[in-house]
Write a protein that binds this ligand. Structure first.
Ligand code: 13P
Length: 251
């Protein structure tokens, strides 16, 4: 059966020293709780190796927030999937709406990134989600279906089974405006149906689908109680150990 997962996405926050301190605090806090979910922190590239050195991988997973769509070569400033893996990280967020919106990521480049992540034993946390206008004009289900089909449906069932999906309505990210638990459930059930149509019920039932967008300790319990919401991808609330742990313990 699918796993519950709470993953932090630190985005472009914390210096190296602040990041190591935060990771150490989360790692310490996890020693005192019996977490009912896998816990992951996705941190800036510069922090990966140092954070890896201070966490217990049995309790806390580590991921990057992106990787390149090429393996190596003349791509100044890029970080490849093998580089990420060589730090000890085992997850990578791909297709975050901020990458799509500000850095022009398309389904075509994301396909390559997913392939390279999988080839380097990284678990992609693949993000999808609609913008406000699409929510309001009623096209949101179709938009998310297309994002999934375009970037992921060339994968074999075996490879698709290695993914974690994260539904992040763009209008809920960093806005304090969370999707209601019913809105999240509607979308998550729809996504599971889209997966079932392509790969069958077993693959769909085994895929973890996380919710992201202004998730915090006060709303996590209601969101995670929904049958198709398997955890969260957490931005702002992952930047303090206490609030992050408040979400981890919502299961
Ligand atoms: P916030 O939790 O800050 O809304 O960010 C969500 C997000 O984008 C996680 O990837």
């Amino acid at each position: 059966m699918r796993k519950n997962v709470v993953a932090g996405n630190w985005k472009m926050n914390t210096t190296l020293q602040e990041g190591v301190k935060l990771a150490t605090e989360v790692n310490e806090a996890l020693k005192n709780v019996d977490a009912k979910c896998d816990v992951v922190i996705c941190v800036p590239f510069t922090h990966l190796a140092s954070v890896n050195a201070v966490i217990d991988p049995a309790k806390l997973g580590l991921g990057a927030e992106n990787c390149a769509d090429h393996v190596k070569g003349a791509y100044t400033g890029e970080i490849s999937a093998p580089m990420v893996a060589s730090t000890g990280a085992t997850y990578v967020i791909l297709g975050h709406s901020e990458r799509r919106q500000y850095y022009g990521e398309t389904s075509e480049t994301l396909k390559e990134k997913v392939n390279l992540a999988l080839a380097n034993n990284l678990t992609p946390i693949f993000c999808i989600g609609e913008v406000l206008e699409q929510r309001e004009n009623g096209s949101y289900l179709e938009v998310v279906k297309t994002q999934i089909e375009e970037a992921l449906f060339d994968l074999s069932a075996e490879d698709f089974s290695k993914l974690i999906l994260a539904y992040e309505p763009v209008w809920a990210i960093g806005t304090g405006k969370t999707a209601t638990d019913d809105q999240a459930q509607e979308m998550h059930a729809f996504i599971r149906g889209v997966i079932a149509e392509k790969y069958g019920k077993e693959v769909a039932d085994n895929t973890s689908i996380l919710y992201g967008g202004s998730c915090k300790p006060s709303n996590a319990k209601a969101l995670f109680a929904k049958p198709d919401v398997d955890g969260g991808l957490i931005g702002g609330a992952a930047l303090e150990a206490e609030s992050f742990m408040g979400i981890v313990t919502a299961f």
